[in-house]
Design a protein around this ligand. Structure first.
Ligand SMILES: Nc1ncnc2c1ncn2[C@@H]1O[C@H](COP(=O)(O)OP(=O)(O)OP(=O)(O)O)[C@@H](O)[C@H]1O
Length: 265
């Protein structure tokens, strides 16, 4: 094999951050996800779109084992992060969730100060040796979430006292503080006004310089604005996964075409 081919292979392999194969999810008798195969790329925003109830959030929650908290939920198949099976019994889900962070639909800051919201993860994962290092992580994370300038003079005030958009950026700062490799976002803008939505979308674009972002969204405009890859789900199947431009301009599957043109969903 010549040098160039070796290089090409190496690039392809490191590009894949999460690889899912034959993922099936059941809630009791309900078969919610069927044979999902997908590769999530590093330093890329991937959007999950599809009609309500098609399994987007279910699949998102598989990626950091959030479904473990639902008793009736059973996940089969293989999901690997950097090639390692995240469902292996040696994997600690708490450690996994520091590497694969999550931001929810409704901003959910802890009932703690702005500072302590961000410092929480680094403290439990022992990421700072002293207060100065913790201060540094908190500042860096708040800057990374484009919130520092708005809160730097009131770090000891409650996080719950911020506006909705600021609270969501605080939750992003909290997730970023553990230096995740992947950030999962489940409809992160659905409770936000258009200005706050646009701030979070700008932020997502910056975050992908550092890690991979996966976002569930009901807004096709948002998927088109923020993502480079899009996965379309329908009735528990991953119907099509491609470059976002291709999904919206030349979808291959008639179900994708129907959805993006507003005929289903
Ligand atoms: N905790 C649960 N227990 C039982 N069934 C569930 C649970 N969560 C989701 N489901 C079912 O699994 C299917 C997929 O749901 P999921 O929330 O993943 O879809 P979604 O595409 O994210 O929907 P939405 O866009 O409305 O949030 C649905 O039929 C839903 O009713």
């Amino acid at each position: 094999m010549n040098d160039m081919r070796i290089l090409e292979r190496a690039v392809e392999q490191t590009d894949i951050k999460i690889s899912a194969r034959k993922v099936q999810v059941h809630y009791g008798e309900k078969h919610a996800l069927k044979d999902v195969d997908v590769d999530i790329l590093d330093k890329t925003v991937t959007a999950f779109i599809g009609p309500s109830g098609c399994g987007k959030s279910t699949f998102l929650r598989c990626l950091n084992r959030m479904n473990d908290t639902i008793d009736s939920c059973r996940v089969d198949g293989r999901i690997a992060l950097d090639g390692e099976d995240i469902y292996d019994k040696r994997v600690d889900p708490v450690q996994l969730r520091a590497r694969v962070g999550m931001v929810f639909q409704k901003p959910n800051p802890f009932p703690k100060s702005i500072y302590d919201n961000v410092a929480y993860g680094p403290r439990i994962h022992g990421l700072a040796r002293n207060r100065a290092e913790l201060d540094e992580i908190v500042e860096k994370s708040l800057r990374g979430a484009a919130l520092w300038n708005e809160v730097k003079d009131r770090l000891s005030e409650p996080g719950t006292g911020l506006s909705g958009g600021q609270q969501q950026r605080l939750c992003i700062a909290r997730a970023v503080a553990t230096q995740p490799e992947v950030l999962l976002m489940d409809e992160p803008c659905s409770a936000l006004d258009p200005i706050a939505t646009s701030q979070v979308e700008d932020l997502i674009d910056h975050l992908r310089e550092q890690f991979s972002v996966v976002i569930v969204t009901h807004s096709m405009q948002q998927a088109a604005r923020v993502s480079q890859k899009t996965a379309f789900f329908h009735l528990g199947n991953l119907v099509e996964y491609a470059d976002t431009d291709d999904i919206f301009t030349r979808p291959r599957d008639p179900r994708t075409e129907s959805y993006i043109s507003g005929r289903i969903g």
